[in-house]
Design a binder for this molecule. Structure first.
Ligand code: SF4
Length: 362
């Protein structure tokens, strides 16, 4: 039986102190000067797992390129992925694109104003629905991200409160006249003061914090056993032709990095000694002409949410490309790769490869 959430005795004073602090310290962010639900929705999706400073230039560029639901819905997936490139977690961009089409087709281009309507869109969960409905439409709905969860775990002095328990507690206290500001104030408190190493002496709601009163702040939230993400080592083939172009391949339409262009890669290898062999085998299968000796580049790693991939790139030169490839392959000048959606780690490989191309026997 999960522990019961005790009601806050001083909820109105807590809300007043929190909002007063937010009013005095709120950052002037581009998505805070609007109540346009489309803009708020985009900012909330970009901000997931990503720092505010990183998001700002992406948000500004996105709004120039896709100023409305209709412009986003009309764009091709490749263009949308290209605009998202560098923010990671690309399923967010694909879901935004799919959801924009649904909004255009089923909601006459208007972002739904109810939590249920929002949650029916691809990629929108409880957090995004709460944030968009409360900030854009003034619906008294909680928006609980990782920061808010940490704050309420301490305010309520609960080691591991469930989302349902936090929602129940917040619905009791969220002010009907400023639900969006309340949600943003809690998240901002978690991002700036009630961080994993909290600065309780500067906290505007210290007097309302049960964990502070009981001396249990360091125990809240409890440490959940996080699984270390597995690491996969992958040999990557950078094949350069006589014109200095590299061979790229497009990822399948579903799965990790779907639709992106990458250098051909072998299956994950367990032994370091086998990377070179795997790369050579793959390069030989891609061209019928002789290959130069491999030039090995420094490994490049990239952490996804559930796995880390370490790429071991090998550069080869060939004077003649195979006569035909299927449409999943394309020869691309290294300095034109920016025209295609290419993951950030692959761009780092391309930069390093560009530096060594002139050292190969071209
Ligand atoms: Fe967080 Fe400390 Fe404030 Fe409690 S008093 S909400 S632990 S910063």
């Amino acid at each position: 039986m999960p522990p019961k959430v005790k009601k806050m005795d001083s909820a109105p004073a807590f809300v007043r102190a929190l909002l007063a602090h937010f009013d005095a310290t709120r950052r002037d962010l581009p998505w805070r000067s609007t109540t346009d639900p489309y803009r708020i929705w985009i900012s909330e999706v970009m901000l997931q797992q990503t720092r505010v400073e990183t998001v700002i230039p992406y948000y500004d560029r996105w709004m120039q390129q896709f100023p409305s639901v209709a412009t986003l819905a009309d764009a091709s997936e490749q263009v949308v992925l290209r605009a998202w490139e560098g923010l990671g977690y690309y399923s967010r961009a694909r879901n935004l694109h799919a959801a924009a089409k649904v909004v255009r087709e089923r909601h006459s281009g208007l972002v739904p104003d109810s939590v249920e309507g929002l949650r029916a869109l691809p990629g929108i969960g409880a957090y995004t629905a709460g944030a968009v409905s409360s900030i854009a439409y003034g619906v008294a709905e909680p928006a609980i991200d990782g920061n808010a969860r940490r704050v309420f775990s301490r305010i309520l002095d609960m080691a591991d409160p469930s989302l349902t328990q936090i929602h129940t507690a917040v619905r009791d206290i969220i002010p009907a006249d400023r639900p969006g500001d309340f949600n943003q104030a809690v998240m901002e408190l978690g991002a700036t003061i009630c961080t994993p190493r909290p600065c309780c002496s500067k906290c505007p709601v210290q007097w309302h914090c049960r964990a502070f009163a009981l001396g249990t702040v360091h125990l809240r939230p409890g440490v959940s056993a996080r699984k270390a993400s597995p690491v996969f080592n992958i040999a990557v083939v950078v094949l350069i032709d006589a014109d200095g172009r590299a061979l790229l391949t497009q990822r399948p339409p579903r799965g990790l990095l779907a639709g992106f262009w990458t250098f051909p890669a072998a299956e994950p290898q367990a032994q370091q000694s086998s990377y070179a062999k795997a790369a050579r085998r793959m390069a030989a299968a891609l061209v019928s002409a002789p290959l130069s000796r491999a030039r090995r580049l420094d490994p490049v790693s990239h952490a996804f949410s559930h796995r880390t991939e370490v790429y071991h790139p090998f550069v080869y030169h060939t004077r003649r490309a195979a006569a035909s490839y299927d449409t999943a392959f394309r020869w691309v000048a290294i300095d034109s790769m920016h025209e295609l959606p290419v993951p950030v780690a692959q761009r780092r490989i391309a930069r390093a490869a560009g530096l060594v191309v002139h050292e190969l026997h071209l």
